[in-house]
Design a protein around this ligand. Structure first.
Ligand code: PEP
Length: 253
């Protein structure tokens, strides 16, 4: 695979943290810290109630906004769910799909994830599909078979054309919120596997252009080593994205 020419993305997942005023304050601080504009794409994913007010703060800045989840139907009697159109109308341009916390605590299946991806593509939301193995799977040498299944079932029936905007995030479950980061080499090995997977199953063009982010305890002190790997095109950051100063340091790796 030739040298990377893909624009990195640094994405912040705020999970279920921050009230509306707290989110607005953090977004304002981040916008201030990111002047002059960095040479990477920056995205934050606040909790649902904060989306619209945070967008008002981000307008005119380089920071894009994403949601942490979405439902696949356009509208209807689905109490508690949120559609892609609602997210777009609140100012989102990205959506996280299949985060391991959703798979684990909310029984999100690969088939649900597949429907969410289709809905995102239909409504011009850029999906960030999260995949990753548990500690047990890694210890039993099942990392690649787990990823193969998540990719195969998650992308089932989606055409190469619709996948053009897809972003992948490799997030080993054992590294999320644990302080244990995959080594640069461990992460690179999986990113290369995912890129080859795309090349074999979808095509060379997408394999070259797709951005594959690493997620799992990314901090200001480990981002540079990860970003030096040829197949790592950015980061999905949880804990460290909650503090504008540390997220801004990651953005300026
Ligand atoms: C995440 O939530 O996607 C994540 C990677 O979290 P953390 O950076 O806290 O490990």
């Amino acid at each position: 695979m030739e040298a990377r020419s893909r624009r990195p993305i640094i994405a912040g997942n705020w999970k279920m943290y921050k009230t509306v005023p707290e989110a607005m304050e953090a977004a304002g601080d981040l916008v201030g810290l990111l002047r002059p504009e960095p040479d990477v794409e920056v995205m934050i994913a606040p909790p649902f109630p904060a989306l619209y007010p945070v967008k008002q703060i981000l307008n005119g800045s380089c920071v894009r906004m994403g949601a942490q989840n979405v439902f696949w139907e356009d509208e209807g009697a689905f109490t508690g769910e949120v559609s892609t159109q609602m997210l777009v109308s609140a100012g989102c341009s990205y959506v996280l799909i299949g985060h391991s916390e959703r798979r684990r605590y909310f029984n999100e299946t690969d088939s649900n994830i597949n429907k969410k991806l289709s809905a995102a593509f239909l409504n011009n939301l850029t999906p960030i599909l999260c995949v990753g193995e548990t500690e047990e799977a890694r210890e039993n040498n099942n990392t690649f078979s787990v990823l193969d299944k998540q990719m195969e079932m998650g992308l089932l029936g989606l055409s190469a054309e619709s996948l053009q905007t897809l972003v992948l995030a490799y997030e080993p479950v054992w590294a999320i919120g644990t302080g244990k980061t995959a080594s640069n080499e461990q992460a690179q090995e999986v990113h290369a596997f995912l890129r080859e997977w795309i090349e074999k199953k979808i095509g060379n063009k997408l394999a070259k252009s797709i951005r594959i982010l690493y997620g799992g305890s990314v901090k200001p002190n480990n981002i540079r080593g990860l970003m030096a790997m040829p197949d790592i095109d950015g980061a999905l950051v949880g804990g460290a994205s909650l503090v504008p100063e540390s997220f801004a340091q990651i953005v300026r790796f």
